[in-house]
Design a protein around this ligand. Sequence first.
Ligand SMILES: Nc1ncnc2c1ncn2[C@@H]1O[C@H](COP(=O)(O)OP(=O)(O)O)[C@@H](O)[C@H]1O
Ligand SMILES: [Mg+2]
Length: 379
Amino acid sequence: MLLAPRTKVIVITGNDEKENSLKAIEMGAHDFYHKPIDDEILTVIVNRAFVIANIERENESLKNFSLASNGFIGTSPEMQHVCRLVERIAPTDVTTLLLGESGTGKEVLARAIHNQSSRANKPFIAINCASIPENLLESELFGYEKGAFTGANKTTEGKIEFAGGGTLFLDEIGDMSYSLQAKILRFLQEKVITRVGGRKDIPVDIRIVCATHQDLQNMVADKSFREDLFYRISEITINIPPLRERGEDIVLLARTFLQLDAKQMGKRITGLSDEAIEALMQHSWPGNVRELQNKIKSAAIMCDSKQINASDLSLKVNTSQLPIELNLKKVREDAEKYAVSRAISLCNGNISNTASILGITRPTLYSLMEKYALQKESV
Ligand SMILES: Nc1ncnc2c1ncn2[C@@H]1O[C@H](COP(=O)(O)OP(=O)(O)O)[C@@H](O)[C@H]1O
Ligand SMILES: [Mg+2]
């Protein structure tokens, strides 16, 4: 079952083992059959299992297609799991929190949730809470009445009203100010808004999807994010794994982006060299899919042959693995240097975080960086 989890199991039991048959079904068996065996009946049961298995497979590929039609690429088990969650929650109205590093595809997934819901023909409105100044964000979200503040020349609908019937995507919700968090909470609980400078409660029907790259639970602990809002927005939480944990997806995404770029640039680039693939697999992709997209685009521009080579990608290839080093001191040092430089780039040069994931103190980290001539920025 581990090798082929979709296998249909038909349990054959003795005639008086009704309880066991029911138990088997409960545990996931497809059907049961009581002895004695009758060829004809068993054939019908087996054929029916084939028909159902085919329908299920077809259904599965249709579902995959629908996410693919949202421009979403990913076949790794990690991303397939994410896809299944998205498909399951899309038709519902649950408030969903998408967690993942920058560039992992949070906005792509938020759009996919909207496109696969019954709200698909209504607006999808995305607001990046980190990029709008705090005082403007409130009027941007809730709208304002004429005369509410200097420059409010006419009553204006906010994004929440504008998204009526559709989906509102609150990106980087971790960056929302504490006072605005209270207003958003009220809206989520009561499904009404009041425009800035207004008195009237305006009912709004929208679905909310939130996203952040921050650790909201930590922020709740240090009181920079409201606990009540956290629980409200995270009815369902989807963790989107970083690109470096998606194995084969890296090359799949790279090939897809390359095809699109080459076509757009009118270049005849047929693929990636083995060395280029190795470089892509070794890189830690701190900027995730966005970084990969950019890397492939610039490689396509640089490339003057039929294949993208490692040098076109300007990524460092770790050649220390070849030829195999057997001197233990050297092996340990290489491993140490690799782990430290990888941790630094994972943490974008943040020394405290790097020391913490390496499980060492900051002074130890500094001395290792000196030993291996590693800089915060250059790794
Ligand atoms: N699984 C994916 N398949 C195809 N493109 C993707 C995927 N994930 C991300 N992208 C692309 O990468 C870029 C960053 O994605 P985005 O959703 O904005 O990330 P985030 O919101 O997490 O920072 C976008 O151009 C997006 O189209
Ligand atoms: Mg984003």
